[in-house]
Design a protein around this ligand. Structure first.
Ligand code: NAD
Length: 410
């Protein structure tokens, strides 16, 4: 990515607490950039409209100019958006992702000392979720029970495909789960590259291939094929381990695995989703990068976020690694119950901004924010969501919390 010294970054303020967290987050990012580059680099923020504000001003929830801005400037950031009810739009977030084909939803999971966690060793958590963003049951291809299309589909399955009718009574609704080789490969390729570039130890393919053999099972097989064919020099797969074990015995397989680890190869493994959800709680240190499909990724992202303090502090990004388009975003919703009250935690959006700085290659600025946030959390200065769970903490408003981070940057 070639980034000018004064890049224009389009941002969507967002609905609900979007207004509360957007300004303070930008102030933190600006302070870190100023500290890191002494004025030689600077972000030029450009507001673009979406959601309620866009509707009020333009009569459209997602104006074409907003999409144009994200296409023009490549990298952007957004607050949460409320999905308008009954407007024929499934979700503004989904519409944004689809229109820019942002096929990776990336969620790093990292714990800050002092933040309440339900697990015993949160400091051992360092996970990076790559969730496929465009396919799977999320594609929204559904047929309602009793409708003409559901009826036609049922007829086709019973008559042409020979499916047993006891399994599909008249009252059946249907959802289609498309999973393609290309779609799976581009997601897994991005996850493996990310692990190699950052020197991370493993990529876990998480799937329910034991039950859904031709969709989730195929995801696993395509993943292993890709790792061995495209990244053979940098990876060692569990499938290769099994092959050596079957041909030469367990000792040889274990020796090969040890050798691969020693030479810095990324270990590619796979785990069934339910086992993964359990194991990630009990032994989070077993996993580093996680590559998974859309629905699994949805569940996993929020569970892992809860392990390190919840969605209020978990950042996220939607990225197309081929075109470079990327939108960084707060992972929580619009929190209408606390909008305008000064209670919102801006950490999720601030940390999404940090991911954005890293994506732009502005690592020094990103480090300044991380370091400052570590100090602020360690001093137990927090917003109201975390205050209630932390003994001896000081409660700050959204804006005062951002100011405290800025003070620590300086
Ligand atoms: P929510 O995340 O808005 O709120 C859930 C709970 O978490 C609420 O009690 C809220 O007060 C609290 N919370 C959320 N973010 C917080 C923060 N930063 N600081 C402190 N507390 C915080 O989820 P919801 O209530 O299910 O959804 C509300 C709206 O948000 C819906 O319209 C939904 O469509 C939308 N939504 C948008 C996104 C997005 O834009 N990416 C994601 C999820 C939900």
């Amino acid at each position: 990515l070639v980034v000018p010294n004064e890049p224009v970054i389009p941002y969507i303020e967002g609905d609900g607490i979007g207004k509360d967290i957007s300004g303070p987050s930008q102030r933190v990012i600006d302070a870190a950039v100023e500290k890191a580059y002494n004025g030689a680099r600077k972000i030029v923020w450009k507001e673009v409209l979406a959601g309620e504000k866009a509707f009020r001003e333009t009569g459209n929830y997602l104006p074409e100019e907003t999409l144009e801005a994200f296409r023009n400037y490549l990298v952007g950031i957004k607050g949460p958006l409320q999905t308008p009810v009954g407007e024929g739009i499934r979700s503004l977030n989904v519409a944004l992702r689809q229109s820019l084909d942002l096929f990776v939803c990336l969620r790093p999971i990292r714990w800050f000392k002092g933040v309440p966690s339900p697990i015993r060793y949160p400091s051992l958590v360092d996970m990076h979720i790559f969730r496929e963003n465009t396919e799977d049951i999320y594609a929204g291809i559904e047929y309602m029970a009793g409708g003409v299309d559901a009826h036609k589909l049922r007829d086709f399955l019973l008559k042409e495909m020979g499916v047993d009718k006891i399994r599909f009574p008249e009252s059946s609704s249907f959802g289609i789960k498309p999973v393609s080789k290309e779609g799976s490969e581009r997601l897994i390729r991005a996850a493996i590259r990310y692990a190699i570039q950052r020197g991370l130890p493993s990529v876990t393919l998480v799937h329910k291939g034991n039950i859904m053999k031709f969709t989730e099972g195929a995801f696993k097989i395509w993943g292993y094929d890709l790792a061995e064919n495209e990244f053979g020099n940098n990876t060692f797969t569990w499938r290769q381990f099994e092959k050596i074990k079957n041909e030469k015995g367990r000792l040889d397989a274990e020796a090969a695995l040890e050798e691969a680890k020693k030479s810095g190869k990324v270990i590619i493994k796979d785990v069934i989703t339910d086992a993964f959800l359990q194991e990630s709680l009990l032994k989070p240190y077993n996993h580093s990068v996680i590559a998974t499909m859309n629905l699994n990724g949805d569940y996993i992202s929020d569970q892992l976020a809860a392990m390190v303090g919840g969605i209020g502090i978990s950042p996220g990004a939607n990225i197309n690694y081929l075109s470079g388009y990327a939108i960084f975003e707060a992972t929580h919703g619009t929190a209408p119950d606390i909008a305008g009250s000064g209670k919102a935690n801006p950490s999720s959006l601030i940390l999404s901004g940090v991911m954005m700085l890293e994506y732009m290659g502005w690592y020094e600025a990103a480090e300044h924010v991380y370091d400052a946030m570590e100090h602020v959390f360690a001093k137990r200065k927090v917003t109201s969501d975390l205050f209630a769970q932390m003994e001896g903490a000081t409660q700050l408003t959204t804006s005062a919390f951002a100011d405290e981070i800025i003070r620590n940057i300086h």
